[in-house]
Design a protein around this ligand. Sequence first.
Ligand code: 6CS
Length: 292
Amino acid sequence: MNANISRRQLFRGALALGGVVAVGGSLAACTTTEPGGPDAEGGGGLLERARQQGLRIAIGNEPPYTELSPDGTVTGAEPDVVRAVCERLGIEKVEGIVTGYNDMIPGLKANRWDAIAAGLFMKKSRCAEVSYASPVIVSTESFGVRPGNPKDITTIADATERDDLRIGVVPGGFEQGILEEAGVPGNRIINVTDARGGADALAADRIDAFLLPTLSLRELDGVEVTDPIEDAPSTGSSAAFRPEDSDFLDAYNEELEKFKTEPEFAEILDKWGFDPTVVDGVTTEELCAVDG
Ligand code: 6CS
């Protein structure tokens, strides 16, 4: 599979072949902490608090975007970039808290964590609630299907037009929005718990296809992964913060832009099988214009 997608192709949805571009790496062992109080002073307060107590990030535990190892080590594309940028900000600890995609923004607003670093893809409705840093991940979507793709599912139009198809999605995920926007009836959009749950549902014939980012599906045993779906919207992600933490976001973005030019950024990407070229020049504004 050619992992390089031209940016033009990606944004015109004309994906002939492609993979996923993003970052990755390893992260120091992390623990989770009790939720802290609200950051009343805004971003400046968060920066100081994070320097003293560490930064709490919400993750989905969906490799290669995020992964919580049995020993508590938090790795994955976004946490690794967050960890590297935080080091440059004098923040020594990054602590991962596993949660569902549908809880990430409400939990951020409730101060259960300080940021989201889960590959929470940018789209209009999310960008209206949280402030994203400069993009580090640009992704494609695929269907996970049973070997041989017996129902020949390859496009969102297939999912919309064929009443026999039951499509699995994770609750509140970007993919659920794709199907709802396309007009797939709710009784054919089947919630699964997470990536592993989707693979199990597929194997048990509770769903006919599992809609998830291409690279996430490739991590699952027993799941055949279609080429990137040409009629699915493409977007990307980065760390997301509360709008009132704008001072923190400004400081974070300043370091992130520098980090994206350093060899370590490219080294992190390769570790998770991503290619940074497509993310060059991609802006938060562009990705926040994605419908949904
Ligand atoms: O942003 C989202 O909602 C999607 N992101 C990832 C990395 N996996 C599935 C999820 O639906």
